[in-house]
Design a protein around this ligand. Structure first.
Ligand code: FAD
Length: 515
């Protein structure tokens, strides 16, 4: 059913509204409306005024508007109010009002002067509404914001909020410290590191605004040192507060990144790992020493025993020819006992560790070796150049044996350089990946090894260290044994003339990429 337009009444000319309609509209308005004389004495108050203040029409008419004043509003506010309305300008502000029952409320008041045709202010129109609840909510939001900001600021982890264009919209004190340490913008550097570490998984989580649990990432500082951080991502959804979005809510997603500096924990863990590795290697060295000593003793005894064997065989032949040799049986018995003693000695040689074969990253092994020998390298004043491989460096092997092997080679290099007085002391450690193997070179600037000794140094009991030697000369022989166990090769580069270059080649695990 269509509505018919209402025809204007006879009393109202075009564009005019009848007076009784004005009165009814004011009377029924939801705003508290009052009309006063020029001194704020109330002449009229509408229904909403009575509902809000608790005063009936009769109780307020004739009284000043100050009947509502709770007297905590500063005098200056009233002075400003009056100065404004006396200049015939409307005033708007907040006043603390008191109801008839004594309870207080916050009033959002607008006062408009009513000016006569002569230009005098004859009356004032007052309109106000109770905004106590709005104010309470605003304060609550403000308090919560302050609370959240103080908690975020006091947090021991760095916190940063990024908008959808990865611009920082909020951060805390710890994050600001990171900015001064790492330069701008640490959050972006860490996100890039996470992206690289997680690959597609990061992109998926990011696109679907899924949280990412704490992950450890390493980034390089401007001073070229490494810092470790544990980073977690969570999302915060904001509803647009603009008028446009009132009926059609717009959502914005913010990325909340929490960052914990774990460099110190990592450093301690690494120190602990290197210490346990050192303990493991020294145990291995002790066993190695025992192996060297017992193998040496067996080797030393084997010579005379072989000679005795030859004598016994000679006597045996003579006895076969009829000679009467009573000492022969005694010699046989002595030989028998000696062989048994030698076997007992041989069985006492401890075997190499029974460490399981496992994937071993040679770049990491060599870094460990440098850490283990740092003190020796520093005290010998050796300049170290470390060139890791950028290709695959994982082989199948015994990690502790390999670490010990390269530690032995580096220790040999330091000893060799210590033998030479003066001159530069340089150690270069190179790891390079080839089609089917990895080559490690240990180069030193020591006296080198003469051509005729290049193979001999790998023989058991051969040493170039003369009378003052501390070793039996089994170091390189044992190294050779470890290399053999790993299916690799070890040699001394004949073309290297400015010191010694030991080359080790170890087979790469199938599927590795080369430099
Ligand atoms: P007052 O002594 O009344 O006034 C304090 C200061 O206000 C004075 O020092 C003076 O500078 C100024 N002042 C007061 N009266 C006049 C005047 N007639 N001419 C010039 N300056 C003057 N107050 C409220 O607390 N709540 C309200 O809801 C409220 N609504 C109002 C609505 C209207 C339409 C008008 C005109 C005023 C309203 N007032 C309201 C103001 C009120 O009239 C008082 O000025 C105020 O309450 C302070 O009262 P008081 O007794 O504490 O101090």
């Amino acid at each position: 059913m269509s509505k018919q337009p209402v025809a204007p009444t006879a009393t109202a000319a075009a564009g005019e509204v009848p007076m009784h309609l004005f009165r009814k509209a004011v009377e029924q308005a939801a705003l508290a409306i009052s009309i006063t004389d020029a001194k704020a004495n109330i002449l009229y108050a509408n229904g909403a005024f009575q509902r809000i203040t608790g005063y009936g029409q009769d109780e307020v008419v004739g009284h000043n508007e100050s009947i509502l004043s709770y007297r905590v509003t500063p005098k200056l506010v009233y002075e400003t109010l009056w100065a404004q309305i006396q200049r015939q300008r409307p005033w708007n502000g907040l006043l603390v009002n008191k109801r008839k029952d004594g309870s207080r409320y916050l009033a959002d008041v607008t006062i408009t002067p009513v000016v006569s045709e002569d230009g005098d202010t004859t009356h004032y129109l007052g309109m106000h509404r109770d905004v106590t609840e709005v104010h309470r909510l605003e304060r609550q939001v403000q308090n919560q914001k302050t609370l959240i900001e103080s908690v975020v600021d006091a947090a021991q982890v760095a916190i940063v909020l990024l908008d959808d264009k990865e611009r920082v919209v909020l951060d805390n004190q710890e994050y600001k410290k990171l900015v001064s340490d790492l330069g701008k913008e640490p959050a972006l550097k860490l996100l890039a590191a996470l992206r690289e570490q997680m690959g597609d998984a990061f992109a998926k989580a990011h696109d679907k605004h899924r949280n990412i649990a704490a992950r450890e990432v390493c980034i390089e500082t401007p001073k070229k040192t490494s810092r470790w951080f544990s980073c977690a991502i969570s999302w915060f959804e904001e509803h647009d507060v603009g008028a446009d979005a009132f009926y059609e809510p717009l959502r914005r997603h913010y990325l909340l990144l929490t960052i914990q500096d774990i460099s110190e924990i990592k450093r301690q863990q690494e120190a602990l790992r290197i210490n346990s590795l050192r303990a493991l290697l020294s145990e291995q060295e002790r066993i190695q020493g025992l192996r060297e000593t017992l193998a040496g003793a067996v080797y030393q005894l084997e010579g005379p025993l072989n000679m005795l064997s030859a004598v016994a065989a000679m006597m045996e032949r003579r006895r076969d020819n009829g000679a009467d040799l009573p000492a022969a049986s005694a010699l046989d018995e002595a030989m028998q006992k000696s062989r048994e003693a030698l076997e007992t000695l041989r069985s006492c040689i401890p075997c190499q560790s029974n460490e399981a074969m496992q994937p071993v990253d040679l770049n990491e092994v060599l870094v460990d070796v440098l850490k283990l020998t740092t003190a020796n390298l520093l005290s010998a004043g050796v300049v170290v150049e470390w060139l890791p491989s950028s290709g695959a460096t994982t082989i199948s092997g015994h990690p502790a044996q390999l670490t010990n092997l390269f530690k032995q080679l580096v220790s040999n290099a330091i000893e060799a350089m210590n033998e030479r007085r003066g001159g530069t002391r340089e150690l270069r450690l190179t790891c390079s990946t080839h089609a089917d193997h990895i080559e490690i070179r240990v180069e030193d600037s020591g006296p080198g090894i003469a051509d005729d000794l290049r193979y001999k140094v790998f023989q058991p009991f051969f040493t170039t260290k003369g009378a003052a030697r501390q070793h039996l000369g089994l170091g390189l022989a044992m190294a050779q044994e470890v290399i053999n166990q790993h299916g690799g090769t070890i040699d001394i580069d004949p073309a290297w003339r400015t010191g010694c270059r030991v080359r080790v080649q170890l087979p790469l695990i199938a599927g590795g990429s080369h430099d």
